[in-house]
Design a protein around this ligand. Structure first.
Ligand SMILES: Cc1cc2nc3c(=O)[nH]c(=O)nc-3n(C[C@H](O)[C@H](O)[C@H](O)COP(=O)(O)OP(=O)(O)OC[C@H]3O[C@@H](n4cnc5c(N)ncnc54)[C@H](O)[C@@H]3O)c2cc1C
Ligand code: FES
Length: 343
């Protein structure tokens, strides 16, 4: 059965088919709302249900309620909703592409860099910071962020951390050969630079959380967008910062870019910063009220950064943007949200 979804205080309405989530219905109608994991874990898509009934996994929720995850909720009646943001987007920009394995390298024991090329004449339009979904042989999907800038639209570069037992990062990657084909769907995500802010940026990553930030930095370099960026990259050991040399080179060449590597389990030879990466930000910048923070990687780091940057550093809630690298496999249990909605 089809239901109509109206957006409060906006001249927007669209239809939602049976079993379709509100987020997918909005996208099909040409709108985008905030989201990240699309798995009901990160709470980026959380919004207000003013009127009507939805089903969210096994739970029935009746409006008014502020706890609806639009990536999981399906309509049980006509609805009125209030997402944190809704704007037009072009549904045809998202494409399924048979990509070819072009190059693979291993900059660290547990990180692979995978370069995929699209067939000639096919280009993917994406914003620096967005991610794609790769189809696995069992029909499931995994999310990985593009590390290349959008100007390189004939393929993608992915930074993939090895997850023990991981269906993709262990099993599929181990058997991949050059020229093998992988089906990808691109782009997804709301994690991209808000340039209109004229901001001084703080970028924070753990491990392969560097990937989308690298895309943003590469994009800024190409477009000569010389805004101040302080990039804090955290890991346990030096090897976790697998492209530190690139960052050091950028720091020498571009006066607007500062690179601060931070290790939590460094050996005695490490001369740099020690501790947790979000704590290093607060040591350096006690007042974050005029900054815009982009954080990516470990969900626990992101949760701690969001809470402490706001409570101790005075960072406004809507100046914090994040993509938490939560598992993107199909296990659709009912986990507690690990994050509050991001700005
Ligand atoms: C928006 C988004 C963007 C992402 N971008 C990247 C990226 O650029 N690079 C990258 O390396 N990862 C990224 N991730 C995380 C990645 O999608 C998952 O780690 C993915 O599940 C790995 O797939 P897999 O098949 O190897 O492991 P799976 O088969 O999915 O997982 C195997 C086991 O490991 C656990 N597990 C999986 N991933 C993690 C994790 N990250 N932390 C802790 N336990 C885990 C699972 O719960 C499961 O028990 C992103 C996630 C999201 C939501
Ligand atoms: S996008 Fe809905 S919970 Fe993450």
């Amino acid at each position: 059965m089809t239901h109509t979804i109206a957006v409060e205080d906006a001249d927007i309405s669209f239809t939602c088919e049976d079993g379709e989530t509100i987020l997918v219905a909005a996208e099909r109608a040409g709108y985008t709302m905030p989201y990240s994991c699309r798995k009901g874990v990160c709470a980026s898509c959380e919004g207000f249900l003013s009127k009507g009934d939805v089903k969210q996994r096994s739970k029935e929720i009746a409006g008014p309620s502020g706890k609806v995850l639009f990536c999981r909720a399906t309509a049980k009646s006509d609805l009125t909703i209030r997402p944190r943001r809704i704007q037009r987007h072009d549904p045809s920009a998202r494409k399924k592409i048979q990509a070819r394995v072009f190059r693979m390298s291993r900059p660290a024991d547990d990180v692979a860099i995978l370069q995929l090329r699209f067939p000639a004449s096919i280009r993917a339009k994406f914003k620096a910071g967005q991610y794609l979904r790769i189809r696995t042989p069992d029909g499931d999907e995994r999310s990985f962020s593009m590390a290349n800038p959008p100007q390189e639209s004939d393929g993608v570069q992915l930074h993939i951390r090895h997850v023990p037992g991981g269906a993709f990062s262990e099993k599929v990657l181990a058997s991949l050969r050059l020229d093998d084909k992988l089906e990808v769907e691109v782009p997804f995500g709301d994690f991209h630079l808000r340039e209109e802010d004229q901001a001084r940026y703080v970028f924070v990553a753990t491990g392969t959380g560097f990937a989308p930030l690298k895309s943003m930095l590469d994009d800024m370099i190409r477009r000569r967008l010389n805004r101040e960026v302080r990039f804090y990259w955290g890991g346990r050991r030096e090897a976790d910062l697998y492209l530190a040399e690139t960052c050091e080179k950028w720091a020498k060449r571009y006066p607007w870019f500062t690179f601060i590597p931070v290790l939590s389990e460094a050996d005695a030879s490490w001369k740099g910063r020690r501790g947790l990466v979000h704590a290093a930000v607060l040591e350096d910048l006690t007042d974050l009220s005029g900054r815009h923070v982009y954080a990516c990687g470990n969900p626990m780091m992101i949760e701690a950064a969001r809470n402490e940057f706001q409570t101790r550093g005075g960072l406004p809630n809507d100046h914090f943007y994040a993509d938490a690298f939560i598992p993107s496999g199909s296990a659709d249990t009912e986990p507690a949200p690990v994050l509050q909605a991001t700005g």
